[in-house]
Structures are given as structure tokens and as C-alpha cells.
Design a protein around this ligand. Structure first.
Ligand code: NAP
Length: 295
């Protein structure tokens, strides 16, 4: 039976160390320094986004980050949203800016992400931060793949030379995930909707990171016995199917895969809490950089 990679537990540990890092930095930086601040820019009323934004705000409250939500109606213009990003870029009390995706298709999400000051880009989605990741230079890293790396590291999973398969190549998850694993010396294949013989690739993988956004895509017959299985997918289960399996599920058939994997992330309680924890880490990192006393 696989060992569960408990994202809630590890996220709570990260929160505890961030709380003390904030208190310590405030004590050394002096009374003129404000606590860290995170602003979430939300456009429209996507219900799942509403839940995520609330969870992020609650997590900020737990560690001592001041959060604010700038909520635009779905009818907001590109210019209005851009203006609020520009204001946040110039605000000294705002250290991190997050544009909550998805953005209504009437707006240009790429241009909005590009408008965020790279020093405040706590989602790690600005081209400058993605470029730094590509080059292996320090910078703000995409939260979900960084959360997966933290889970693997905490579980002591050796990545050196491991055969890893990432399913999904989005800018948000799959691509940065592939790069981070490669930088940890894994031998990485990134699969996508056009990949031929996906099952064969899966069966060879010693580490499987599934971020396809397809509920239950990976079943037991796709998984090599003893593999590490990380499920990034999050899907709401329709009320009529909820039964004992709860309200959320992932891209992996958890009950079928758990008996044969060596490690597995549950959904919920695996990658999701770690994504939020990495957002907090990035915000505190951005705050420490801009409030550090001059060398
Ligand atoms: P996305 O932008 O829709 O990308 C999905 C990727 O999976 C694409 O690259 C797509 O290939 C590939 N794909 C789709 N169907 C496939 C199939 N049958 N076989 C192989 N590849 C397939 O999604 P995303 O933003 O990366 O998110 C993926 C999932 O993770 C979603 O369920 C999302 O809700 C979840 N998520 C969770 C967290 C968290 O904190 N746990 C954070 C972010 C996202 P093409 O490129 O060829 O289209």
C-alpha cells in the first residue's frame, strides 16, 4: 500500500515557519516596516475561483500576511483591470500580486500577467520569472510545481536519474514541472494530448505527475508497481455521484492506484494545500527582498 504524501501536514509546517520568519523579519527590520501584503485580482464570478481566493486569503491570515481581493465584474474592461494591476505595482504595502485564473475570455489574460511587476509576481507566471526558471536562476517559482517538488523532497524521494513522466504541458503546471524535475536530475518526458502510446510511457515511469485536467485518466493498469504518483488534477464531483468519495477527485483513480504505488498524493489534501503554501512562501520572499536593509 502506498505511503500518502500529506500536503496538508507539510503546508501546516511551512505556515508555522513562515509565521516565525515574518515575526523575526519585522523585529529586525524595525517598526517602520509593514507586514507582507498579497493582492488577488479576480475578474468575474467563476465559483471555483471564489473558493480558491477565499482559501488563499484565509491562509494569509494564518501566517500574518495582509491580503486584499480586488474583485472586478465580468464586464470589466482590459483597461480597468490593467489599471488596478498598475496601482498594485506601485503600492508599497503590496508585495505580491496574483491574477486569479481563469480570466473571462473577453479579456487578454496574457497581457494582464505581463503587466504584473516581476518582483511581485508570486504566481511565477511572468515571462521573466519563467525565463529565470528555465535558466536555473533564482526567482519566484510557479506555485503548483514548486509545491510538488517540496512534497517529493520532504518524503525523501531521490530524483537523481529517476524516469519521470509529466502528463500535461500547460504554462501553469506541466512545463515548469518538467523543468524543475529536470533540474533535480530526473530524466523527464512531458506528455500531452497528442502523445502516442501514453499508457506505455506511464508504465515505464518511476515518477508520474498527472496534470491533464481529466478526471480519473490514470488507472491501475497505467502505473508501474512501486511508482511515485502525484495527482495535480482537481475536479468537483457532481452531487449525484458524491457518495463516499467526497466532493473532489483528481486525474488518478486513487483507490485503484494506491495499493500498487510506493507513494501517492490524495485529492484533496495533496498538491492543493502545497500550492497555497508556496504562494505564501513567494509572498514572504518578495516582501523580505524589498524590505531588507541595504547591504
Ligand atoms: P490545462 O491548461 O487544461 O492543461 C492540461 C494539459 O493536459 C494540456 O497540456 C493537455 O495537452 C494535456 N492533456 C489533456 N488531456 C490529455 C490526455 N487525455 N492525455 C494526455 N494529456 C492530456 O490544465 P492545467 O491548468 O495545467 O491544470 C491541470 C489540472 O490541474 C486541472 O485539473 C486543474 O484544475 C489542476 N490544477 C490543480 C492545482 C492544484 O493546486 N492542485 C493547480 C493548478 C491546476 P495539450 O497541451 O495537447 O492540450
Amino acid at each position: 500500500m502506498a505511503k500518502r504524501l500529506d500536503g496538508r501536514l507539510l503546508a501546516a509546517r511551512h505556515e508555522a515557519s513562515l509565521r516565525s520568519a515574518i515575526a523575526q523579519h519585522l523585529a529586525t527590520a524595525g517598526c517602520t516596516t509593514c507586514p507582507p501584503g498579497l493582492a488577488v485580482v479576480r475578474v468575474g464570478d467563476d465559483p471555483a475561483s471564489g473558493v480558491y481566493v477565499r482559501k488563499k486569503a484565509q491562509a494569509c491570515g494564518r501566517v500574518g500576511i495582509e491580503s486584499r481581493i480586488i474583485h472586478h465584474p465580468a464586464t470589466a474592461s482590459q483597461q480597468q483591470v490593467l489599471e488596478s494591476i498598475h496601482q498594485l505595482n506601485g503600492s508599497p504595502s503590496c508585495n505580491g500580486i496574483l491574477v486569479q485564473l481563469p480570466i473571462p475570455s473577453t479579456l487578454n489574460a496574457r497581457q494582464l500577467l505581463l503587466a504584473v511587476d516581476p518582483a511581485k509576481d508570486v504566481d511565477g507566471l511572468h515571462p521573466l520569472n519563467l525565463g529565470r526558471l528555465m535558466r536555473g536562476e533564482p526567482g519566484l517559482r510557479s506555485c503548483t510545481p514548486a509545491g510538488v517538488m517540496a512534497l517529493l523532497d520532504h518524503a525523501g524521494i531521490a530524483l537523481d536519474g529517476i524516469r519521470a513522466l509529466v502528463i500535461g504541458r500547460s504554462i501553469l503546471v506541466g512545463r515548469p514541472m518538467g523543468i524543475m524535475l529536470q533540474q533535480a536530475n530526473a530524466t523527464v518526458t512531458v506528455a500531452h494530448s497528442r502523445t502516442r502510446d501514453l499508457v506505455d510511457h506511464c508504465r515505464q515511469a518511476e515518477l508520474l505527475v498527472v496534470a491533464a485536467g481529466k478526471p480519473g485518466l490514470v488507472g491501475a493498469d497505467w502505473v508501474r508497481p512501486g511508482a511515485v504518483v502525484v495527482d495535480v488534477g482537481i475536479h468537483r464531483v457532481p452531487p449525484q455521484q458524491q457518495g463516499t468519495q467526497g466532493t473532489l477527485r483528481g486525474d488518478v483513480c486513487f483507490a485503484a492506484v494506491e495499493p500498487l504505488a510506493s507513494h501517492i498524493t490524495p485529492v484533496p489534501g495533496g498538491v492543493g494545500p502545497m500550492t497555497v503554501a508556496m504562494l505564501l512562501c513567494n509572498t514572504v520572499q518578495a516582501w523580505q527582498r524589498c524590505t531588507a536593509p541595504p547591504a
